[in-house]
Design a protein around this ligand. Structure first.
Ligand code: ATP
Ligand code: MG
Length: 339
């Protein structure tokens, strides 16, 4: 294009000057001088234009080659030859675009591997108690276990396992609804204080069993627009975690207050702090902290906090955790529901 523009401009100018020179009836030496000067000017202009055009074409080819040679890792390396200013800008933009693509792909891969891990862990967590229950049922069926004490113990054990599995399947169902974006919230003006009171009442037996003191400090006038059922579940997940991770004799403090435009609900426990490197991962699906994933007596599936985050985000809120005092503090921030 550059060459065509230059050729057209030069030939049009040349033709014009030649025509004028001939028409103006300049004769002899002056006419030759004019024509020679014009011819040399035209040739020089064409030459410069051609050289420029070749440089630009070569640079743009090297840019195309660089794009074609982007490795599967998705890292773009600009061509080693220096580029003209315009192409340099395009090169920089390409580099940024490839970087964004690469990060996106990495994130996708991490999500995919988390999902695969979840399926593997959950099937493991479901299989272990099922195998135990099967053994107990077979023992009962064959009459191997026939003394009343053992029979009663087996029944209790089976009941406990069934409850745990039911909870886990319910959690998985809730999580899949959150991830599919099909969580139906029926929002209504709700007092955060009432929600805290209900939650504390519900987890009281667990706290007593674990000998953990429960304490609530809720401002009665903290209105939020929320689905009380779902938000209650999120808060319960936090409080149950806090009770489970607080040693006997410790305290779990649940606080609800409003500041300016936001409502804040926090759960402070005495867990002794979460390792710094685990803090950003506690809300990940299937994250359970310890490396060995052998389910303990009340070992969960690592879904509670992922569900809490999904529910809070569906309410346009935020959830976070920091280490504080004798343990850690989980905080839910929600927009304040106006009257
Ligand atoms: N209050 C807390 N104090 C210390 N560690 C915590 C606390 N809450 C969560 N964690 C850590 O984060 C992990 C994930 O918690 P999450 O509630 O998602 O799963 P879980 O409690 O193990 O299982 P689930 O809630 O599905 O029964 C826990 O296993 C624990 O390591
Ligand atoms: Mg939990």
């Amino acid at each position: 294009m550059l060459a065509v523009v230059a050729a057209v401009t030069v030939s049009a100018t040349l033709a014009g000057v030649v025509a004028i020179t001939l028409a103006m009836i300049i004769e002899g030496r002056p006419k030759n001088i004019v024509l020679t000067v014009v011819a040399i000017g035209g040739l020089v202009g064409l030459g410069v234009a051609l050289v420029n055009a070749r440089t630009v074409v070569r640079a743009s080819r090297s840019l195309v080659t660089a794009v074609e040679n982007v490795p599967p890792s998705g890292r773009f390396t600009p061509p080693p030859t220096p580029l003209p200013a315009e192409l340099r800008t395009i090169g920089a933009a390409l580099e940024q675009a490839y970087e964004r693509l690469r990060l996106g792909r990495e994130r996708e891969r991490a999500l995919e591997s988390a999902r695969r891990e979840l399926v593997a862990w959950v099937s493991h967590d479901l299989r272990t108690p099922l195998a135990g229950m099967r053994a107990m049922v077979e023992a009962l069926e064959d009459g191997v276990a026939d003394d009343p004490e053992t029979v009663k113990r087996y029944h209790v054990q089976i009941r406990v396992e069934v409850d745990r599995l039911t909870g886990m399947v319910e959690d998985l169902f809730e999580l899949s609804r959150i991830h599919a974006g099909s969580l139906r919230l029926s929002l209504a003006r709700t007092g955060l204080g009432d929600l805290v009171a209900d939650t504390l009442a519900a987890v009281e037996p667990l706290a007593r069993a674990e000998r953990v003191r429960l304490s609530g400090e809720a401002d009665p006038h903290v209105p939020v627009y929320a689905d009380a059922g779902h938000l209650g579940r999120a808060v319960r997940n936090l409080v149950v975690n806090a009770i489970r991770h607080t040693p006997a004799g410790g305290t779990v403090l649940v606080r609800a207050a409003a500041d300016g435009t936001a409502a804040r609900l926090s759960v402070l426990d005495g867990c002794g702090g979460i390792p710094e490197e685990d803090l950003p991962r506690v809300f990940d699906v299937a994250f359970r902290g310890e490396a060995a994933r052998t389910p303990g007596p009340d070992g969960g599936a690592g879904l509670g906090l992922a569900i809490a985050r999904g529910i809070v985000e569906a309410h346009d809120g935020e959830i976070g955790v920091v280490n504080e005092g004798p343990g850690c503090r989980f905080t839910i921030t929600l927009p304040l529901g106006r009257a």
